[in-house]
Design a protein around this ligand. Structure first.
Ligand SMILES: *Cc1c(COP(=O)(O)O)cnc(C)c1O
Length: 356
């Protein structure tokens, strides 16, 4: 049976990405070798990383003065690597979820951290709006999409200092105004590639301003100087990322990706809002994520949640169980998920409701 993959991460990749990766695992670029067993210094792999870097710049419209890096360690590594390189004295952070809180915890190791607002007391069911970012902040860090709680900031905030964003779960779903940013980072395993590589886009001018010594591997300048080849980069995830980027370009780039993402999310939110059995968990509809749709059963049907997950499994729908800190359901609608899968889920919700 065809599976409809709603996992939050690692998550669905395009068939194009999977097929081309599978082919290259057998024979990479006509070398007669698997992509798993070639040197990262080979000219064939150099071509891969060069094209992937160029496509990131093209698709996201990254201006001159920024570097695109392919690093290991996951987005979680960036929680410390970023302040290591950019936090001189004070940084401001917005606490909108578990990942934001993890980033705050690490930043505190490097300087003063001003948490300008938090929705923790409301289990992160909304995005705080009333806050002031001190102008003397080295940067303002926010999490553009809160993967666990289903909230999202889709407009680059206006603050009196440079922005830094963890875009792990919504990169390539909207344009980014880089003029406002010092850095953007994203673990690959939601909208780009298999786990193992993290995309970092950092402004040249923001570097070299801290006084502390930075370990070689954690210094962005090391990886800039060596074109992400200071040490062995995650070869296979970068290869897969290139396939996804080619696929995104073929589709029509960000405008088409965003159009599809908005259409999928609005179809599912409409189904939730028009149902008596389901309700969304995000309190302000304007904060709803178009990537991770979190919902629960209304109190009178609550005990049917486990049964619904099984019902969905019977239709090939996988990965909709909510994160343990929210409960209920979470349908992740990443770029590679087709509208057809959303329709199948909506159909399952309607049929389940009709039989209860
Ligand atoms: C998944 C996720 C992370 C963690 O990524 P790792 O690569 O596992 O470290 C961080 N931030 C956000 C927003 C995420 O969705």
């Amino acid at each position: 049976m065809k599976k409809h993959n709603f996992y939050a991460g690692p998550s669905i990749l395009s068939e194009y990405t999977i097929q081309n990766t599978a082919d290259a695992i057998i024979n990479f670029a006509g070398t007669g070798l698997s992509v798993l067993e070639v040197s990262h210094r080979s000219k064939e792999f150099q071509a891969v990383i060069d094209e992937a870097t160029a496509l990131v710049k093209e698709l996201l419209d990254v201006p001159e003065g920024f570097h695109v890096l392919w690093l290991g360690g996951g987005a979680s590594m960036q929680f410390c690597m970023l302040p290591f390189n950019l936090l001189r004295k004070k940084a401001s952070y917005l606490d909108t979820g578990t990942w934001a809180a993890n980033a705050i915890k690490e930043a505190r190791l490097f300087g003063e951290v001003d948490v300008v607002a938090s929705s923790k007391d409301a289990n992160y069911t909304f995005i705080p709006k009333d806050f002031t970012v001190p102008a003397d902040s080295d940067y303002f860090h926010y999490t553009s999409n809160n993967t666990i709680y289903g909230t999202e900031i889709r407009v680059d905030p206006d603050v009196p200092c440079p922005l830094v964003a963890d875009m792990s779960s919504d990169i390539f779903s909207r344009p980014i105004d880089f003029s406002k940013y010092d850095a953007v980072y994203a673990g690959a395993q939601k909208n780009l590639a298999p786990a193992g590589v993290t995309l970092v886009i950092v402004r040249e001018d923001a570097l070299g301003k801290v006084d502390r010594p930075i370990p070689t591997m954690l210094d962005y300048r090391t990886h800039i100087k060596k074109g992400s080849m200071f040490n062995t980069p995650p070869v296979l995830p970068i290869f897969s990322a290139l396939q996804t980027l080619r696929y995104y370009k073929q589709l029509g780039g960000l405008p088409e990706l965003e159009r599809r993402d908005l259409a999928k999310a609005s179809a599912l939110y409409d189904a939730i809002d028009s149902s008596k059995m389901f309700e969304g968990t995000v309190t302000n509809p304007a904060d709803r994520s178009i990537m991770n749709v979190c919902f629960v059963m209304t109190p009178e049907y609550k005990e049917l949640e486990a049964e619904f997950v099984n019902f969905c499994a019977g239709r090939g729908i996988v990965g909709i169980k909510g994160h343990r800190s929210v409960g209920g359901f979470r349908a992740s609608l990443y770029n590679a998920l087709p509208m057809e899968s959303v329709q199948v889920l909506i159909e399952a919700m309607k049929d389940f409701e009709a039989t209860h």
